[in-house]
Design a protein around this ligand. Structure first.
Ligand SMILES: Nc1ncnc2c1ncn2[C@@H]1O[C@H](COP(=O)(O)OP(=O)(O)OP(=O)(O)O)[C@@H](O)[C@H]1O
Ligand SMILES: [Mg+2]
Length: 316
């Protein structure tokens, strides 16, 4: 439903988006994560045809964003980062105006508007002037607007920003519900939100994809936590050479003990190899267990590796 192939957007010497490729199928909710300025909004604006790519291609709901922008717009519901609303209009009036612009037949407009008002819990404010609404309500109007033409694909730029906790939960439920039949790409800074609603996460940093993986149990990498008595540097070096170990991600000393957090290679359980290595060196093990790495750890690791490489490279 969304296929992005080496999409790039350059502003002068700065590559806001530098060759991004990913895809999302029908029935998939994909979370687009990344630090401020990473290129999320720029990517979404290209996918919704509001910004022309410098190079690369993208197809949304089977249509090319460059060749058939109008066909793409018919099939996409877009909630922009800052919602451009006609502030002097009343909510219902605005939504029927938008429905007309989106070619919803006149005979269906009333029921379509009523249905999005219902879905986005706008009943209490439908006769209010938009300019007088609180930020959260305006956000809901933007979401209602995005749903009006029953699009196949939803592209939502920080859909829950500015909403209260109850509304956040309702919008998340709505996204999960929509995700069953549609394909949804949403950006957010709230990692727990991604864990709650997304089946897949794409992390972008400095305009590049640094992580793209499904969010199921198997895909979260295993971390071994080991506590042993002995010299921390030597323990660390030994653990790093044990079979199945990718690297030591954290090492702390506590008296004569060392606690290490060890990232396993994909699909491997390095506990036995670690235990043999340490015991063989005469360092007694107090504790050795496994836990899954959290999305926060994976996000932080991916983004900080990008920062180590120097972030966005100018003129490349
Ligand atoms: N019109 C523009 N002209 C020049 N540079 C721009 C323009 N729009 C965006 N940029 C730059 O492109 C980069 C990506 O911006 P973008 O808005 O896509 O980030 P983002 O990931 O959405 O960030 P945030 O989390 O803050 O919303 C930034 O470095 C930004 O300064
Ligand atoms: Mg943004």
């Amino acid at each position: 439903m969304i296929e992005v192939d080496r999409l790039t957007k350059r502003y002068g010497a700065c590559k806001a988006v530098a060759g991004v490729s990913f895809s999302a199928d029908r029935g998939e909710v994909v979370g687009l994560l990344g630090p401020n300025g990473a290129g999320k909004t720029t990517t979404m604006r290209m996918l919704t045809t509001y910004l022309a790519p410098t190079s690369g291609r993208a197809r949304v709901a089977g249509k090319d964003v460059l060749d058939e922008p109008l066909e793409v717009r018919k099939r996409v519901g877009y909630l922009p980062e800052s919602v451009p609303l006609y502030v002097e209009m009343r909510v219902r009036e605005y939504l029927s105006h938008r429905a007309a612009l989106k070619d919803v037949p006149r005979s269906r407009r009333r029921s379509v508007v009523a249905s999005v008002v219902e879905r986005c819990r706008l009943g209490d404010v439908e006769t209010r002037i938009i300019g007088q609404l609180s930020r959260g309500y305006r956000q809901r109007v933007g979401l209602a607007d995005a749903l009006l033409h029953d699009p196949e694909v939803l592209i939502l730029d920080e859909p829950t920003s500015g909403l209260d906790p109850i509304q956040i939960r309702e919008v998340r439920n709505l996204i999960v519900e929509l995700g069953e039949a549609h394909s949804v790409l949403l950006s957010t800074h709230i990692l727990s939100e991604v864990e709650a609603v997304c089946g897949r996460v794409v992390v972008i940093a400095s305009g590049r994809i640094v992580l793209d993986e499904p969010l199921d149990e198997q895909s979260s990498r295993v971390l071994a936590v080991v506590e042993a008595r002995g010299p921390i540097d030597a323990i660390r070096a030994a653990a790093e050479t044990a079979a199945g170990v990718e690297r030591v991600t954290r090492a702390e000393r506590d008296g004569d003990h060392a606690t290490l957090e060890i990232l396993a290679r994909e699909g491997q359980d390095p506990r036995e190899a670690i235990s043999m290595k340490l015991a063989g060196n005469g360092w007694p093990i107090r504790r050795l267990d496994l836990r899954r790495s959290s999305l926060e750890e994976r996000f932080t690791r991916a983004v900080s590796q990008d920062a180590l490489k120097g972030g966005r490279r100018e003129g490349e």
